[in-house]
Design a protein around this ligand. Structure first.
Ligand code: NAD
Length: 297
């Protein structure tokens, strides 16, 4: 059984996830480069360490939640060589959103060194990470995904096995490409209505009961003032940043190139978000992604 979990990367997402593991009774050995994140983890019931290698020295599983694939590979394999610092047989669960190739390399090198590895990127955002209601999309062997389930269940509400190593990342990229497309489409439709004299709230109510209904319209309305607790109504602060969506759309492009797939809608969405980021003279990468509404205004 897995009792001691090393947790690397205590940012917006990882902070809440590590806290939930500690709350559910796991021993959590945490590390992050930022001292204030370590302090918060300590307050949430985690043990904290001065290096990633120290954090993984005694553990049954490692969970990581890091910004990108370069950092994941550098930490586990190249610069920090964490795969050489953890006990043999450790279950490595990388929850970061990275390219499928990053996940496959981690799995290959990890397996050679006697570890068990799965990719387990998440959907749900910062609120779901704090509430323990994330969805996990796993890639790896059935046995390893099953072994990870008790750990993932402490942080999430839905656990899916998409397929072998890297498959979790493919599922994540497909989902987020579709999210970008329906968010941009929703903003476009709302603006068309407003520009022709409609109230965005009235138009939203109509489309919610019509065939244009979708998750962005229902849960994440991009027009300010339509929903009380939306990022749009908060001035597009908090939530899921334009820069992270651009990263995911870049990963979708890579996957399309690797498989010679046509993704005209995804490519348009990537261009829209990229133009939006640089529009109006200031970098909008830090705004919530529903701010794509501004691009149409
Ligand atoms: P974040 O930048 O808030 O957190 C990343 C953390 O990793 C930071 O605390 C940073 O200090 C730490 N870190 C970086 N390099 C490190 C290293 N070498 N050793 C130890 N710690 C290191 O980012 P986030 O929003 O928590 O996102 C993390 C991952 O989750 C990303 O891959 C992102 O795409 C994915 N994701 C984010 C969301 C979201 O809504 N924010 C939703 C789903 C998935």
């Amino acid at each position: 059984t897995l009792t001691t979990i090393a947790f690397i990367g205590l940012g917006n997402m990882g902070g809440g996830m590590a806290a939930n593991l500690a709350k559910k009774g796991f021993i959590v050995n945490a590390f992050d480069l930022m001292p204030e994140h370590l302090e918060k983890a300590r307050a949430d019931g985690c043990n904290t360490f001065g290096s990633a290698a120290d954090a993984v020295a005694t553990c049954d599983a490692v969970v990581s939640m890091l910004p990108n694939g370069k950092i994941v590979e550098s930490l586990y394999i190249d610069q920090d060589a964490l795969l050489d610092a953890m006990p043999k047989g450790t279950l490595v669960i990388d929850c970061s959103t990275v390219a499928p190739e990053n996940s496959r390399r981690l799995a290959q090198v990890g397996t050679e060194k006697g570890m068990r590895v799965i990719d387990a990127p998440v959907s749900g955002g910062v609120a779901a990470a704090a509430a323990g209601t994330l969805a996990f999309m796993c890639g790896g062997s059935e046995a390893d995904v099953d072994a990870a389930r008790p750990v993932l269940a402490a942080m999430g509400a839905n656990i899916f096995r998409a397929g072998d190593h890297g498959a979790g990342q493919v599922a994540k990229v497909c989902n987020n490409m579709l999210l970008a497309i329906h968010m941009a489409g929703t903003a476009e439709a709302l603006q068309l209505g407003v520009n022709n004299g409609l109230d965005p709230k009235v138009l939203s109510d109509i489309m919610l009961k019509s065939s244009g209904c979708n998750w962005s319209l229902e849960k994440y309305n991009p027009y300010p003032g339509v929903q009380e607790n939306s990022a749009a109504t908060r001035g597009y602060t908090g939530g899921f940043m334009v820069d992270l969506m651009l990263k995911d759309l870049g990963l979708a492009m890579q996957s399309a190139l690797a498989s010679q797939s046509s993704i005209p809608m995804g490519a348009s969405a990537r261009n829209l978000f990229s133009l939006h980021k640089k529009s109006g003279g200031e970098d909008k990468g830090g705004l919530d992604f529903s701010s794509i509404q501004q691009f149409y205004q």
